[in-house]
Design a protein around this ligand. Structure first.
Ligand code: EPZ
Length: 420
């Protein structure tokens, strides 16, 4: 096990480069299974979630070679099996995208019910509804999801909840289906557009990704034989923007798509923080105590749930009482009890956190409960006086490439230390 030792209270200053988007990468990797040929994927984030996904694909028989830590070359003809009963799948939330891609290509698949961050119940009824509508039979037995179809036939599928995962899974399953599929009330996140762009580059016919209705005209085959570069990670970019603001810093976040961060940018400006867009960079500067805010997380283009814990840290040191409401997940406040150890004054009422801003946080020992909760605690440690130790780094390593090195380059005093 490892921990971070953070000597906080130092403003972050300088420039940071953003990597490829985790949530795009872990949707594009299973989409490789639909390609009957070769492809090259560039700007892959070098994070443990991606490395584990690549190992799963290799165990299924896909030939993948690393051309650099951020680029792979893929040769995919046929898989050895469509049963993905590896231990790795059980632990990875995104392993459920193998359902859509293997069902789409081979009309048969078995995947364990997925794990992932604990935000309360995480149903997959909308995924199953989509597969069933496409003519598949889906069963859940002993923790294994099985889906089979004689042939998949396009249809119109209305999602009862806006779900990123269900939108991606139905897209994957319908690309090679007979006829036309419409996904209505689809999620609009940038990584859904990125997945559709990848599939189109490989030979699919998808229109409308990024809007409420996605139209997928089934094609016979995805020949691939081309390269695709993954979009920058808007959550990583947002995490550095908040880290800059929380430490009273001055940071240029480079290689991002500012449009993807509009909801965060407008909130930061509302709180009195200077945010300037400069092409593919965002300059964040904070030289006074931020003001309180009222925020509710929503599907894109609303304020992202994946920025909610990091934002809570900034609101903890803002001037006044803020209300932060979680509108996507049943329970995403597991990090709050840890943040309280640093002196944050937060109480939870239903799905809202009522945050009374304090002037300073003070260092303590904290456990990272999940990926974004861990990132939030690291930001809190950077902003706090004295020393903070953050344990359970596996969570942040799943989603942030070279996190401590990037922070060190911005002047942070942070060390990764082995815990005996
Ligand atoms: C994705 O999860 C992301 N994960 C999450 O990011 C992110 O928080 C979430 O989208 C929302 O943006 C990955 O991409 C691997 P959903 P996903 O299906 O797809 C309900 C991170 O930190 N729902 O959009 O699992 C569900 O309970 C991770 O990087 C149903 O009711 O989320 C939730 O309330 C954590 N039935 C809401 O919809 C379903 O069949 C949104 O979930 C599916 C979902």
């Amino acid at each position: 096990m490892e921990k971070f030792i953070i000597n906080g209270g130092k403003p972050l200053k300088g420039e940071v480069n953003i990597c490829g988007a985790k949530n795009a990468a872990i949707a594009i990797l299973p989409a490789i299974l639909l390609v009957k040929g070769t492809c090259r994927i560039e700007n892959l984030p070098n994070i443990s979630d991606v490395k584990k996904y690549i190992e799963v694909l290799q165990e299924l028989g896909v030939k993948i070679t690393y051309e650099s830590p951020n680029e792979i070359f893929v040769e995919n003809t046929e898989v050895n099996s469509t049963k993905c009963l590896f231990e790795k799948c059980r632990k990875m939330r995104a392993s459920y995208y193998l359902l859509g891609s293997l069902l789409g290509r081979y009309k048969s698949v078995e995947v364990p019910f997925p794990g992932g961050c604990d935000f309360g119940t995480r149903p997959i009824d909308q995924h199953i509804k989509g597969f069933t509508a496409l003519n598949a039979q889906v069963t859940l037995e002993d923790g294994i999801i099985k889906a089979n179809a004689k042939k998949l036939v396009g249809t119109s599928i209305y999602l009862d909840v806006v779900s990123v995962g269900a939108t991606i899974n139905i897209l994957l399953a319908s690309v090679l289906a007979e006829g036309t599929t419409f996904i209505e009330n689809a999620a609009k996140e940038p990584h859904i557009v990125d997945l559709a762009n990848f599939l189109n580059a490989m030979g699919a016919n998808i229109k409308g990704a990024g809007t409420d209705t996605i139209k997928i005209q089934g094609v016979k085959e995805l020949p691939g034989n081309t390269a695709y570069s993954i979009i920058p990670d808007q959550i990583e970019a947002g995490t550095f923007m908040i880290a800059a603001a929380a430490t009273g810093g001055d940071v240029i976040v480079k290689n991002c798509i500012p449009k993807h961060l509009d909801s965060l940018t407008s909130k930061l400006i509302e709180m009195g923080i200077t945010v300037e867009e400069m092409g593919d960079s965002i300059h964040v500067k904070c030289d006074k105590r931020p003001q309180k805010a009222t925020i509710k997380t929503l599907p894109y283009p609303g304020f992202p749930t994946d920025m909610q814990p990091q934002m809570a840290v900034l609101l903890s040191i803002a001037n006044g009482t803020s209300i932060l409401t979680e509108g996507v997940w049943e329970n995403r406040f597991q990090y709050v009890s840890e943040l309280q150890k640093l002196g944050a004054n937060i109480r939870i009422e239903g799905r809202s956190a009522i945050i009374e801003g304090v002037k300073n946080l003070t260092g303590s020992f904290v456990n990272s409960p999940d990926l974004r909760g861990g990132a939030a605690l690291i930001i809190a440690g950077l902003a706090a006086k004295n020393v903070t130790e953050v344990y359970n780094l596996d969570h942040v390593d799943r989603g942030y490439e070279n996190f401590e090195q990037k922070l060190k380059n911005l002047g942070a005093k942070i060390e990764r230390v082995k815990v005996e």
